[in-house]
Design a protein around this ligand. Structure first.
Ligand code: SF4
Length: 361
């Protein structure tokens, strides 16, 4: 595109660019500039503009206009042994409650109805700027925004989980009864080597507390298989944990050894076919769990946000599902639906990862 004159400059921005800009410059000379995650100022200068600080927080949404991700912090101060994010994004830096509220208000004014709170570790929110965890207060503040209907919490690190957050989730109707809590593993040996700051017992206790305080909660987790010290026994423990807890949603990843992380020195002794096999076993188990859970939703009515129209049907989500990673509700039999609006949908049928329903008054 540059050669044909259709593109003036190609600029790259993000984690990889921040960490490996030297190497990338040599490898991809066609790129005119590599920038780090927060280099807004330099990117703008490169194309002849200056950063207008009063416009920070204004966004051009790349999601459909009715939902948006809202980053409440950048970076991470946790020491997880396998993770390169702190090397690329630095220590945890929270935005202030005022900054986040301003951004949320402006998103809602532009038509956003669901805000999905993200950050590398959302439960750490506030420690760096307020001296204590303030996620509960932030959630309460966001609940006051008129026109905002759903607030969803992602990436809630399990160690030292602030329990006041559970009370706010339970009591505020705008907050989806949904928590994404990446537990990564359950074997004490693996958790210790991963430096997750939590044990098997504490993990079980936390999940029990969450289920007790918010009985209708949808729990999502993510898991890593094939970590260097994951023995056959440790993997069996992991399988039993998933069978016992029955997470509603679960993502599983095979371990990847990242240069510069503490776990890099442990090598990568588990062959990739074993990692794949372990991942497949977990996915198979989760498929069974998910199917049983979805069947229990049949004949019930759920408030559903319609995300898009595909051919002759509409696709939506209940509060139990985050966009892109979770289940969808396929709505058939009507054209009188608007994308971006909420409807009551009666679930008539289900499969492992989808629900099928119709609008009811
Ligand atoms: S895995 Fe998550 S919590 Fe742990 S260091 Fe990486 S970003 Fe932080």
């Amino acid at each position: 595109m540059k050669e044909s004159g259709r593109l003036k400059k190609l600029l790259v921005m993000g984690c990889l660019s921040e960490r490996y800009s030297g190497e990338l410059k040599k490898e991809i000379p066609e790129v005119d500039g590599f920038f780090g995650v927060m280099d807004y100022d330099s990117v703008l200068k490169e194309i002849g503009f200056n950063l207008k600080h009063d416009l920070l927080g204004e966004r051009l949404l790349t999601t459909p206009k009715h939902f948006a991700y809202l980053k409440i912090s950048e970076g991470c101060s946790n020491p997880c042994s396998f993770c390169a994010i702190p090397l690329m994004r630095g220590i945890h830096k929270s935005k202030t409650i005022e900054e986040i509220s301003k951004e949320a208000n402006s998103l809602v004014a532009s038509g956003v109805k669901e805000i999905i709170l993200v950050g590398q570790d959302t439960t750490y929110y506030g420690i760096d700027i307020y001296g204590k965890r303030k996620l509960a207060q932030l959630l309460q503040q966001l609940c006051r925004i008129y026109g905002l209907e759903w607030i969803r919490l992602m990436y809630a690190f399990p160690s030292l989980f602030p329990e006041d957050v559970l009370e706010v989730i339970a009591s505020e109707s705008k907050i989806c009864k949904y928590i994404d809590i990446p537990t990564q593993h359950i074997s004490d040996d693996v958790l210790k080597s991963m430096r997750r700051g939590i044990s098997k017992r504490k993990t079980f206790e936390l999940i029990e507390t969450i289920k007790k305080k918010i009985p209708n909660i949808t729990l999502r987790t993510s898991i890593i298989v094939g970590y260097p010290n994951e023995t056959e026994d440790a993997f069996r423990e992991l399988i039993n944990y998933i069978r016992e807890i029955e997470f509603d949603r679960l993502g599983v990843f095979t371990y990847s050894s990242e240069n510069g992380t503490p776990a890099y020195d442990l090598g990568d002794p588990i062959p990739s076919n074993v990692k794949e096999e372990r991942r497949n076993l977990i996915m198979e188990l989760q498929r069974e769990i998910s199917l049983l859970k979805n069947e229990k939703l049949e004949n019930r009515i759920f408030k559903t946000l319609v995300d898009e129209k595909i051919n002759s049907h509409f696709v939506g989500r209940t509060e139990k599902d985050a966009p892109e990673v979770d289940n969808e509700v396929i709505i058939q039999g009507t054209d009188e639906i608007e994308v971006g609006e909420f409807y009551n949908v009666k679930i008539n049928d289900s499969s492992e990862y989808d629900l099928y329903g119709e609008i009811v008054k």
